[in-house]
Write a protein that binds this ligand. Structure first.
Ligand code: CP3
Length: 346
């Protein structure tokens, strides 16, 4: 273990060590609930312009650290820069979310590049380098990518959908084509995450936000196998890589990841019962989660009770306090302050 990780509670926890208090960060901790983010976001026309500006992305990454002193910063970017760097047209429409040139057949798939264009993602790596020099000594830096299934689901639908129906249909009807897309994303993700480590991240999180819509066989083929392939490929190139897997909504399928040696911690969504997770998952691996972002919006006693269930369930073994999904734009800052104060006392 490197000397610096001994000073960073977040990394110690990922290494399986129990720290005096649980490290804390929040998924989507940089973003629209912060007035200082909204202010700098207004300085460029599109969200992708923002992601590809190292100056703005660095500032957005650091804003929540300055305000709340979280134990980890997450580089400011988006999971959909990967399709962008594979040659698919990606944009973000104001108030509507992502729009991609949907892939509906073999011809659409053939338009993608064979390999991810890491030069296009140069601004992301520059952001990592800049953030690294500006972070407090005890704050860790997290990189990330979307898991192949989640990224593929946007590539096929061309937009967000309630249940990723278009990608599920496509995968059932064209399993061979879908496998090509998944394999492409596995390779792209390994290349991308490797470069993030070279640039300076100390851990990465693989977001499988839409894993929960997959039935058992599809979970195994499109979530579990590709994520484990990324873990194996990344560890072969970056042996010290620390990895958090977050297959959201998979319930007891979480156990399939639990004993995999390359995964340092497992993310828990809001529906995971912390008492179940403590007994069934945390005995094997550190866990991260799982506060409901809506409890954070509610604040008051609902928030305190939710925090206490999590900290009381996981105390005694390594865990990372986090939300069970990204923070929502309408979250009052005072409630984040309430959260930070209470978790610090846990
Ligand atoms: O602070 C952080 O966590 C780092 C930044 C980050 C963003 N997106 C910034 C963002 C991270 C880690 C993501 C991951 C991401 N992006 C996921 C996986 C996690 C999850 O939330 O499920 C997914 C599915 C996406 C795709 C995506 N990006 C969608 C569906 C949207 C539109 C919905 C929305 O929240 O607006 C985005 C846009 C996006 N990504 C914004 C931010 C701050 C909002 C755009 C803006 O500020 O103009």
């Amino acid at each position: 273990m490197s000397e610096s990780s001994e000073m960073k509670p977040f990394l110690q926890t990922l290494d399986g060590q129990l720290t005096s208090r649980p490290p804390l960060w929040m998924m989507r901790q940089a973003g629209r609930y912060l007035p200082e983010y909204r202010e700098i976001r207004a300085s460029v026309p599109t969200f992708l312009d923002f992601c590809y500006s190292p100056k703005l992305a660095t500032e957005a990454t650091l804003q929540p650290i300055r305000r709340f002193g979280f134990d980890a910063a997450i580089m400011f970017s988006d999971i959909l820069v990967v399709p962008d760097a594979l040659g698919q047209k990606v944009s973000f429409e104001q108030g509507e979310g992502p729009r991609l040139a949907a892939i509906s057949d073999a011809a659409g798939l053939a338009k993608l590049s064979d390999q991810i264009n890491l030069e296009k993602l140069g601004p992301v790596f520059e952001t990592i380098e800049r953030v690294k020099t500006a972070l407090p000594a005890d704050t860790a830096l997290i990189g990330f990518c979307g898991a192949p299934w989640t990224v593929a689901s946007y590539m096929i639908a061309g937009r967000g959908t309630p249940d990723q129906g278009p990608a599920r249909r496509f995968a059932y009807q064209n399993p061979d084509l879908f496998q090509i897309l998944i394999d492409r994303l596995v390779e792209a993700s390994i290349d991308y995450l490797e470069r993030q480590f070279v640039a300076g991240v100390e851990a990465v999180q693989i977001f499988d936000s839409w894993a929960g819509v997959l039935p058992t066989l599809e979970f195994e083929n499109w979530c579990l196998k590709p994520v484990l392939a990324i873990v194996a490929g990344l560890k072969a190139r970056v042996p010290h890589a620390r990895i958090i897997a977050f297959p959201r909504g998979v319930g007891s399928h979480l156990k399939a990841f639990m004993t995999h040696p390359g995964i340092n911690a497992l993310g828990l969504d809001t529906a995971a019962d912390p008492r179940w997770a403590a007994a069934e998952i945390q005995v094997h691996k550190p866990v991260q989660g799982n506060l409901d972002p809506l409890a954070l919006i509610a604040g008051g006693r609902a928030l305190n009770d939710s925090i206490d269930l999590i900290t009381n369930s996981f105390r005694g073994r390594p865990y990372i306090f986090n939300l069970g999904h990204g923070i929502l734009p309408e979250t009052p800052i005072a409630h984040v302050e309430q959260l930070v104060a209470r978790v610090r006392k846990a």
